[in-house]
Design a protein around this ligand. Structure first.
Ligand code: IVH
Length: 703
């Protein structure tokens, strides 16, 4: 693999491939980190990818790609929020990892400014807060708009959410320029984070669904801030440290340190640990001191930042691609610990995926107790070659779930044997197969595999599916083991069978007369269920809530859906084309859907269920007499007056169908900026094309 070849040894052809791989890989991690708030790798691992990209580019400058991560900042904003173009770009910071990097940074500044080697340069040193950056716009002293960083040029409008943060003043104190953009970091304190997770954990144990455990304060802050519903943000305890600026209608200070004082004067919280340094030695001493204080600070930091104090010098220094030349982040090493890997367990998921999990002797890593860690999949496990009996190195890089880096080979007992990944399912003994080109090995037992069956039942009763209260994970497992509930339909005959049973539930451990009655009532209430919930509850691979809703809306009734999926077995049929034409449903999803409904066991389960319950046809909350009712609309290109999701929701609420591709059946194509092939296709087919304003006029929106 090119990924393993040292940079100096890469041939130009390999370098091309490697740069392509790194661009895609880093883009994927950017999206996970910035848009989904669910990073998969540590900061350190991310930095390593980034550095490899830079090292290859230094070797092969002619190969630098337009979409190279070195040319971009972060990830494009997600489509759920309206976009905000930053008046001044929100930059990122270059990283220093050791004393040599810091020396280079100071020397570079001196060289650039033609200063003598011993001439002092004042630098502000301050903690690097592990949160997420926000830009706050004040006009005439009032907070008017707040945004995330996004890709540095365009962020997301999160004004309503930011207004709920007490550290952000609604009105500035004292004199402020007419336009003032303040930048800083939104974060959650460690104690608030722990308390929030503890509450969520308790609720989960009580069987409440929809609760989320966050891996660390940064993810919790990000998840809380990027809520579409600001009342949820308001319930979370978020804070804000101000440290920088964007657009200013007039200068406010000659120095960075002076600016921090002005910020405090306007009523912002600034980090109290900042200090002025005059040399690389002083910076390094600061790094050491803050490193020692790190664990006892009430918030997470992942390094310190050094910034040239004089703003005129900052302006002369300017920036290089994604970061200012006048500032650098000096990172802390990731927190690591060693512990014993007691054994490797295999978990079987709802769709049969086999996931190896390391069971560890509990150990504290950077303030978090760790006793299990996922090994992701077979390849990952083989690559790391960790074995039962190994001492392994765990790492928690400030902001992610602890990861196993690898074994400590010197400590490996002679008896430790390489782990052999099972080729049969540990739960049912069926073959576990791994199709060519896939990383996941799956149990083929399907409906006969008890582990999959239990996971599927759990999904079936979960909050967004049948939402049967009082039926927690433990009860499902017990019902299954006792043979009381083997398949979803059994839930609906449970009360009758229990009434005739010699060992009724109310006499069993963990149950009382009232809890049994409540459970049976809850099940009874679900004998009638909405179509979209029903589809989601089936647990078909790739069919989440949103897709289930799309299907329900498109087909209207379970009969129509089943008929269409039956007809769509033939990929040349109209039914198939109609299916893949639904926006967001591609061939892969279509294949899983068709296969699910074609499978014998599934058909039996469905038939049994339909004998017990009634699936309500989809009731649209849509207007039936709008100018676009019944029309098929395709959106393409970037919309500026509203987000794509907003536009789609609006069209659907007016009774239109939103499709993903242009065909003869399309009535309107709404063309945004930079529209590509879809606009061309529309032109070829003679489909009506509207720009965004014309579309708004058509639907009578006079925004
Ligand atoms: S200054 C042009 N100061 O770190 C200067 N950034 O890795 C840009 N950060 O996007 C930022 N604490 O989200 C600065 N005291 C601090 C910071 C800080 C945290 C974040 C910020 C930035 C990221 C860059």
């Amino acid at each position: 693999m090119t990924a393993d070849i040292p940079v100096e040894k890469l041939t130009p052809e390999q370098a091309v491939r490697e740069l392509e791989r790194l661009a895609a890989e880093i883009a994927r991690h950017n999206a996970l980190y910035y848009q989904k708030d669910t990073p998969e790798i540590s900061d350190a691992a991310y930095d390593a990818l980034f550095q490899r990209n830079q090292a290859i580019e230094a070797h092969f400058p002619e190969l630098i790609r337009e979409d190279s991560p070195s040319q971009l900042v972060g990830a494009a904003p997600s489509s759920a929020f309206a976009k905000v173009a930053h008046a001044r770009p929100m930059l990122s910071l270059a990283n220093a990892f050791d004393a040599g990097d810091v020396d280079d940074f100071v020397a570079r500044i001196r060289r650039f400014l033609s200063l003598d080697a011993d001439a002092p340069v004042d630098l502000v040193a301050e903690p690097k807060i592990d949160g997420l950056s926000a830009s706050l716009r004040f006009e005439n002293g009032r907070f008017v708009q707040g945004a995330t960083r996004g890709d540095g040029a365009v962020g997301e409008d999160i004004t309503a959410n930011l207004r709920t943060i007490a550290d952000i003043p609604d009105r500035l104190k004292g004199d402020a320029p007419a336009v003032l953009e303040v930048r800083g970091e939104v974060y959650m304190r460690k104690d608030d984070f722990l308390a929030m997770n503890e509450t969520a954990q308790k609720r989960i144990e009580q069987g409440e669904k929809g609760e989320k455990i966050f891996a660390n304060p940064r993810n919790a802050a990000a998840g809380s801030l990027r809520q579409l519903d600001a009342t949820i943000t308001a319930k979370r305890k978020l804070h804000f440290f101000a440290y920088g600026w964007g657009e200013l209608s007039e200068p406010v200070s000659e120095t960075q340190s002076g600016f921090l004082e002005r910020l405090a004067g306007w009523g912002f919280a600034t980090n109290p640990l900042w200090t002025l340094c005059r040399s690389a030695e002083e910076l390094l001493a600061y790094h050491t001191r803050i490193g020692e204080e790190r664990a006892s600070l009430p918030y997470d930091i992942d390094g310190v930042v050094y910034k040239v104090d004089r703003i005129d010098l900052q302006q002369r220094l300017g920036m290089v691609s994604r970061a200012p030349r006048w500032a650098i982040a000096h990172k802390f090493p990731a927190e690591q610990a060693q512990t014993l890997l007691e054994r490797i367990d295999i978990q079987v998921g709802r769709t049969g995926a086999l996931t190896p999990v390391a069971i560890l002797t509990p150990v504290n890593v950077g303030g978090v107790m760790v006793s299990r860690a996922t090994l992701h999949n077979e390849d990952e496990l083989n690559r790391k070659d960790v074995r039962a009996g190994d001492t392994v190195i765990l790492q928690r890089a400030g902001d992610v779930i602890p990861q196993i880096l690898g074994p400590v080979l010197e400590k490996r007992p002679a008896t430790a044997k390489p782990y052999v990944f099972p080729d049969t399912c540990p739960a049912c003994g069926s073959d576990a197969v791994r199709p060519e080109g896939e990383v996941v090995r799956r149990c083929v037992g399907g409906l006969t595999c008890p582990a999959q069956a239990v996971e599927r039942l759990r999904h079936f009763v979960s909050r967004d599916a049948f939402d049967i209260e009082g039926l927690g994970e433990k009860s499902i497992q017990a019902f299954f083991t006792d043979g009381l509930v083997k398949s979803p339909a059994d839930l609906f005959t449970l009360a009758d069978r229990d009434a005739k049973s010699l060992t009724p539930l109310r006499n069993q451990k963990g149950w009382k007369e009232t809890s049994v009655r409540n459970l049976f009532d809850a099940i009874e209430q679900r004998r009638s269920i909405a179509l979209d919930r029903f589809i989601y509850a089936l647990g078909i691979r790739q069919i989440g809530q949103a897709t289930a809703k799309l299907l329900a809306r498109h087909y209207g009734s379970l009969d129509a859906l089943m008929q269409a999926l039956h007809d769509a077995r033939d990929e040349t049929s109209d039914a198939y084309r109609d299916l893949v034409d639904i926006d967001q449903i591609g061939p892969a999803v279509a294949t899983d859907l068709v296969a699910f409904f074609a499978e014998d066991h599934n058909r039996e389960t469905l038939a049994a269920l339909r004998g017990q319950i009634e699936v309500q046809p989809y009731v649209s909350t849509v207007t039936s007499d709008s100018p676009v009712t019944g029309k098929t609309v395709v959106f393409t290109g970037t919309l500026v007056r509203m987000t794509r999701d907003e536009a789609k929701a609006r069209a659907e609420s007016l009774g239109a169908k939103v499709a993903g591709s242009v065909s003869k059946k399309t009535d309107y194509v709404v063309i945004g900026a930079d529209a590509g092939s879809k606009a061309k296709k529309a032109e070829e087919l003679g489909v009506a094309m509207l720009d965004e304003d014309a579309w708004l006029a058509l639907i009578g929106d006079t925004r």
